[in-house]
Design a protein around this ligand. Sequence first.
Ligand SMILES: [Zn+2]
Length: 118
Amino acid sequence: MTKKQKAEDARVLGMVREALELYAGVYCLRLRSVELLRGSNTVFGRCYSDGSIFITVRWKNGKQVLPYSLLDTMAHELAHLRYFSHSPRWMRLHATLLQAMVRGHVYQKARKLIKRKS
Ligand SMILES: [Zn+2]
């Protein structure tokens, strides 16, 4: 991993962490830590019952590839902090969080971040 790749990862992690901490605070969710998960093509994110969340970041041909569903993944894992299943209650919280994130311009922020690199 190059110095530049490390810097890009750090920037994405900063943005993801800031958003997750903000929404965890607003919705009273017990978030313990946020880290990046590297290289998985099938897993977009992971959440553990201790409150730690991992978000996947991939590199392809020297470029960082964020799953298009980054925001969805963030809302998905965040909702698991309250409901550790995909129950209807979890689905409602997931939808609420996703809407709040879109309204809160996290989406625009994420897009700008991706655009800057391409
Ligand atoms: Zn899930």
